[in-house]
Design a protein around this ligand. Structure first.
Ligand code: RB5
Length: 141
């Protein structure tokens, strides 16, 4: 199960992500926002961060205007490793080396074509473990 969250700035792109996940047969749960009214991104960063850290959802995807505020908020939740990515290489490496469990990006930074490619790279890349597991454990400590 993939947890999704966005503020008003990320809402339209989140809907594109939902469509993409549906097409791929992947299950998701939307933690809001659900309207275009202006809202506060920390609410949704926290909600998705908690869903992932509790194990309720395996991974999460967060979208705001830049991807920055919402990822900073999510990273305050213990166990969350949210990576804000605007390119496929970073998204892939955030999985391989950092075991990122939340992907964030900005709807005012990337277009929907690139955003969906980033999602695809991120979802299809495994954590390499080994020496990277030690480093990730150091972050958790
Ligand atoms: C909202 O205007 C904007 O500040 C927000 O979506 C995000 O970019 C914050 O980091």
């Amino acid at each position: 199960m993939i947890a999704l969250g966005s503020d008003h700035a990320g809402l339209e792109l989140k809907r594109e992500v939902m469509k993409y996940l549906e097409e791929k047969g992947l299950e998701y749960k939307d933690y809001g926002t659900c309207t275009a009214d202006s809202c506060d991104y920390p609410i949704y960063g926290k909600a998705v961060g908690k869903a992932v850290s509790s194990g309720e959802c395996e991974k999460g995807i967060l979208i705001c205007g830049t991807g920055l505020g919402i990822s900073i908020a999510a990273n305050k939740i213990p166990g969350v490793r949210a990576a804000c990515c605007s390119d496929c290489f970073s998204a892939e490496m955030s999985r391989r080396h950092n075991d990122s469990n939340i992907l964030a990006f900005g709807a005012r930074v990337v277009g929907s074509g690139l955003a969906l490619k980033i999602v695809e790279c991120w979802l299809n890349t495994e954590f390499e473990g080994g020496r990277h597991a030690r480093r990730v454990a150091m972050i958790e400590d």
